[in-house]
Design a protein around this ligand. Structure first.
Ligand SMILES: [Zn+2]
Length: 115
């Protein structure tokens, strides 16, 4: 059973987002990958990410409900989420984004692939 997912995300326009108490951040237009995991209720978690109507809880929620943001692909994996994240190319646009539960010092679980 998969436990890790990667969301391929496209921003059609640059964004400035206020992410709760985490802060306000600028995101360039382009392609991103977010790596997360769910040990239980895995498909419900994926479905939640795909749904735009929800209570904003995680950093990624704020990004995914913003205007011009679409999920272009969902990848399911058996790999450890941090190992998969570290094996994914790209720069970390916001230090600590999505890394509240990170256990391997990734620096962030959202990566910017490029415009
Ligand atoms: Zn990590």
């Amino acid at each position: 059973m998969p436990r890790t997912y990667q969301l391929h995300i496209r921003l059609s326009q640059p964004l400035r987002l206020q992410i709760g108490r985490f802060g306000a951040f600028d995101f360039a237009a382009g392609d991103y990958v977010y790596t997360g995991s769910a040990k239980r209720n895995f498909e419900a978690r994926v479905a939640r990410h795909l749904r735009r109507e929800k209570t904003l809880r995680w950093h990624i929620d704020y990004l995914l409900v913003a205007a011009g943001v679409t999920i272009t692909e969902v990848i399911r994996s058996d790999a450890d989420e941090c190992a998969l994240n570290q094996a994914t190319p790209g720069a970390i646009p916001v230090a600590g984004f999505g890394a509240s539960d990170c256990h391997r010092g990734c620096g962030g679980h959202l990566k910017f692939l490029g415009a």
